[in-house]
Each structure stands twice: as structure tokens, then as C-alpha cells.
Design a protein around this ligand. Structure first.
Ligand code: URA
Length: 228
């Protein structure tokens, strides 16, 4: 059971003081019945409406963003990925799950569910992230072997074995199971190559929706979440 004002608050549409006024004025109904007590305890599954319009009271939201270049993976500061979340999906406490560099594009998840993010980012989960990189030079067999062995940088940073395959001239597909800072760029730099453009294509079994344009968000369904 949950208090009515808390359930309405999940929708992100109203402040606590607005909710109190709405309820007192008789504009709120629970399962079709008008209620005037905002502290009423109701089931979390109750259908709550304001002026007859049913609210989305799910506490957690999971958003797929097709990140464009020029946005930072942060919740504030210069142009950031939360700025791209449309009002209909906005909730308090939204944050990106992991980071893509400012110039990296593609699949980025945004949520307000800390446990979900934590379990996705956990290194021992070994969730494979797939990237497409446009490169200064084409991928060779020895690059693929170096990635497969696991690359160690001069400063001692070690990257776990990764899959690299050519994606035509001067482009490659990379699969990594960690998410270290600038990882893909650093791995290519270690093989005397340079990433000119980077896009994330998938996280686990979840692939960027082809219909989602750069800068667009979609609300993920439970089926989509299961694919990860
Ligand atoms: N690796 C990078 O170098 N940059 C990213 O944005 C993601 C992975």
C-alpha cells in the first residue's frame, strides 16, 4: 500500500503542494471514485486520475536514447543527455546508465532506478557492449589478435579480451565486457590506430531501435528490458 500523494508524485507531473490542492478540490479519483484525503493508503496498482485523465504512476522509468554527439552523459551542466528526455518521460532523479563520451553517439539508457543501473554496470555481470568505430586505418588480423589477447596500456591499465572485426574499409565492430573511461578509443590508440567516430549499437541483447532518430527517446517496455 502507498499514500495517494506519494503515488501521484511518482508521475512527476505535480509537486507535493499541487497534489494536496488537487485532491482537496476533488479533482482526483482512485479507481473511479473521487477522494479528498491525500494521505489515503491505496494499492500501488490503483488507477489514479486527475480530472478524469489516468496518470502514469510507475515509480521507475527506463528510457532508450539514441544519443547524438555534443551531449555529455551527465544530469547537469552544459548540454546533457537529460535535456533530451521529453516531458512525457520526465521523472525526478533521472540519470544515464554509464557514460558515452561527448562525441560518441548511439544507445544510452536513462533511468531513475539505481538498483537497475548498478546491476547493469557491475563488472562481474560481463554484459557485452557493441560499438562501431570509424577509424584512421583498416582493421588488420594482428589488431584482432591484440584485442582478443587483452590490451594493456603503457600506464599499466589492463583491458579484458575483446572481440574486434573489420566492418569494411577503415571501420570496425568491437565487443567489450567492461566500460572503462575512453576504453574503445584507448584500445585502438594502443594498436596505433585512431577512432574518428564511435557509435554504441547494443548492450547485451538490447539493440538500438532502428526507428529511433538521433536525439530521440523511447520508453522501454518490460520485454525490451529483458533482452539486456
Ligand atoms: N569507449 C570510448 O572510448 N568512448 C565511449 O564513449 C564509449 C566507449
Amino acid at each position: 500500500m502507498i499514500r495517494l500523494d506519494a503515488l501521484i508524485s511518482n508521475s512527476g507531473a505535480y509537486s507535493r503542494s499541487e497534489i494536496k490542492v488537487l485532491v482537496k478540490k476533488g479533482r482526483v479519483s482512485v479507481d473511479g471514485q473521487t477522494v479528498k484525503d491525500y494521505s489515503l493508503k491505496i494499492p500501488e496498482t490503483a488507477s489514479v486520475a486527475v480530472d478524469g485523465k489516468v496518470l502514469d504512476t510507475e515509480k521507475y522509468i527506463y528510457i532508450m536514447l539514441n544519443k547524438p554527439a555534443g551531449y555529455i552523459s551527465a544530469t547537469e551542466g552544459e548540454k546533457n543527455v537529460i535535456d533530451l528526455v521529453p516531458e512525457s518521460m520526465f521523472r525526478k532523479g533521472l540519470f544515464p546508465v554509464g557514460r558515452l563520451d561527448k562525441d560518441t553517439e548511439g544507445l544510452l539508457l536513462i533511468t531513475n532506478d539505481g538498483d537497475f543501473s548498478h546491476s547493469l554496470m557491475s563488472p562481474n555481470k560481463n554484459i557485452i557492449k557493441t560499438y562501431r568505430a570509424v577509424l584512421e586505418r583498416s582493421v588488420t588480423e594482428s589488431d584482432t589478435e591484440a584485442f582478443a589477447k587483452g590490451i594493456t596500456l603503457r600506464d599499466g591499465t589492463e583491458f579484458k579480451p575483446a572481440v574486434l572485426r573489420s566492418d569494411g574499409e577503415k571501420a570496425g565492430i568491437v565487443e567489450i565486457s567492461e566500460g572503462k573511461y575512453h576504453q574503445v578509443k584507448l584500445m585502438f590508440a594502443a594498436t596505433d590506430n585512431k577512432v574518428l567516430y564511435l557509435e554504441r549499437l547494443s548492450i547485451g541483447g538490447l539493440t538500438l531501435e532502428p526507428s529511433l532518430k538521433r536525439g530521440e527517446c523511447l520508453r522501454m517496455t518490460p520485454e525490451m528490458l529483458k533482452k539486456i
